[in-house]
Design a protein around this ligand. Sequence first.
Ligand code: SF4
Length: 260
Amino acid sequence: MGKDQTVLFHSTVFGPIHSRRLGTSLGINLLPDDGKICSFDCVYCEAGYNAQGTGTTGFPSEEKLRRDLEAKLSEMKEKGENLDVITFSGNGEPTLHPHFPTVVRITNELRDKYFPSAKTSVLTNSTRIFDPKVAEALRLVDNNILKLDSAIESTMRAIDNPNSPDFTVERVIDALKQFENEGIIQTMFLRGEHNGKKIDNTTPEEIEALINAYLTIKPRQVMIYSLDRSTPEENLRKVERDELARIASKMQEAGINVTF
Ligand code: SF4
């Protein structure tokens, strides 16, 4: 665990958080309140490593989500507050929730009732897009943000540590094509070392492989970013904005709609 302890969200609905980039956003944590459940174990995960355990509270039920979200939305509405976006993120991978499609429907229904102009977003690691029911539910979310940190197998494994050996770059790129013109691909750039192994997904080979992957997937947008908060692996370095800008311009030259 890093020096500055990584943090868990201790509720199902959290926020609102105000940011320049997203405006006013409410978060939904579909994972336990006191542990982490994820099909990846990213070296940069803000929730810490999976080794901390899955906690005791389990996945929140659909009833709890409905109750907590409705209470928060009606309270915000009564106070005359504004809401720009509701985001599924939290202590792990949201699509691992056993009733993810139902949860998306409940959220959309409550959004329509209280803040019809707010968007819904999901941050997913793309491991569950092979399940047609999950893929269909992801399509019901306005901003379907799908992780692809490297298009080179050994780098993806070093950064993301997928739990399953069957999850490969080749398979995920192929499956991501189903979100052509709809999905948003998100790539985290970083450098450093983990377990004595060098990590760097900013090399020319990495950028070229990513550009080819984006051209194959044809997402509506690509979002690139770098480290922001503390990470479980301490030997990681942020890629600064001027370098992100250089990477973005290479992608733009290849015709990719990229933001950073
Ligand atoms: S996919 Fe997200 S929640 Fe899972 S380990 Fe990576 S950063 Fe953490």
